[in-house]
Design a protein around this ligand. Structure first.
Ligand SMILES: N[C@@H](CCC(=O)NCCCC(=O)O)C(=O)O
Length: 260
């Protein structure tokens, strides 16, 4: 029996200097690729050194895009601010690709899932802004992971979020509240006009949204559903729904493809 090809998901890489000689590397976190493979039943793909001018031709070859989390921040120049803390890492090459990629995905009905930095990128790409230091904003909590804890605890449940009644997030969670992990220092300041908030932390910070009027799956979350996604029904449902959208796009992209 011939197995059908997996839908392809483009995960833009991080740009990082590593090793004794600060050599440039293109990086993708294993947990994001693994969640695409196992949770969405799709094949992660990288396009190293992809440039904004190539977005259209590369998007034509994939069934969806996952914008991952990363230790780096979106450069605040993209929302008309100066850098407040120069010690925090940036990745201008990633910004140059992903901000344009968000707009292209929406224009071409390519399924789009944003996680943590990816969630922040979608907001900025569509005209929103970020708090550069959430914990310094009066009334907002510290949403960062606690230093020094084992990784299991860093990515373990951290705080509750309220999920919009009747939203797909509430469907995925099977409730209007969920416990999520939390590993971010920045967060939504001004929500972009076309985004519909779908989840809030107890301090009111927006933690998930959908793109209003999107022709296909266009959701993003501030937490990390990729972490051990098959062990958490809410996280698993997020990737399963993304996978369904990928298969819809695969069928549109390759209508004569064998399905058995
Ligand atoms: N730098 C931003 C984004 C935070 C983020 O994406 N964290 C992920 C850390 C590494 C990973 O799990 O991939 C912020 O601090 O707000």
């Amino acid at each position: 029996m011939q197995t059908s090809p997996l839908p392809l998901v483009w995960l833009p890489a991080d740009h990082r200097l590593l090793g004794r000689y600060d050599m440039p590397y293109l990086l993708l976190g294993d947990k994001y690729a693994r969640a695409v493979k196992v949770g969405a039943q799709a094949q992660p793909v990288l396009f190293p050194l992809a440039e904004p001018a190539q977005i259209e031709s590369l998007l034509a070859q994939v069934d969806g895009v996952l914008l991952t989390g990363s230790p780096s921040n979106v450069h605040p120049a993209h929302f008309d601010e100066e850098v407040h803390d120069p010690a925090l890492p940036l990745d201008p090459a990633r910004d140059a690709l992903t901000l344009a990629l968000v707009r292209a995905c929406l224009a071409q009905a390519v399924p789009l899932l944003g996680i943590c930095r990816g969630f922040q990128e979608i907001n900025v790409a569509l005209g929103g802004s970020l708090h550069q230091t959430v914990h310094a904003v009066p009334g907002l909590m510290d949403h960062r992971e606690a230093d020094g804890l084992p990784v299991e605890q860093q990515y373990g449940p951290s705080h509750p979020v309220r999920l919009a009644a009747g939203s797909v997030l509430a469907q995925w969670a099977g409730a209007e509240q969920a416990l999520v992990n939390s590993l971010h220092g920045q967060g939504i300041g001004r929500l972009a006009p076309t985004l519909q908030p779908l989840a809030w932390a107890e301090d009111g910070l927006v933690e998930a949204f959908e793109v209003q009027g999107a022709a296909e799956f266009a959701y993003a979350v501030q937490w990390h559903p990729e972490w051990r996604c098959t062990d958490n029904p809410f996280y698993a449902a997020t990737f399963a729904a993304f996978g369904e959208a990928l298969r819809r796009r695969q069928q549109r992209r390759q209508p004569h493809r064998r399905t058995t």
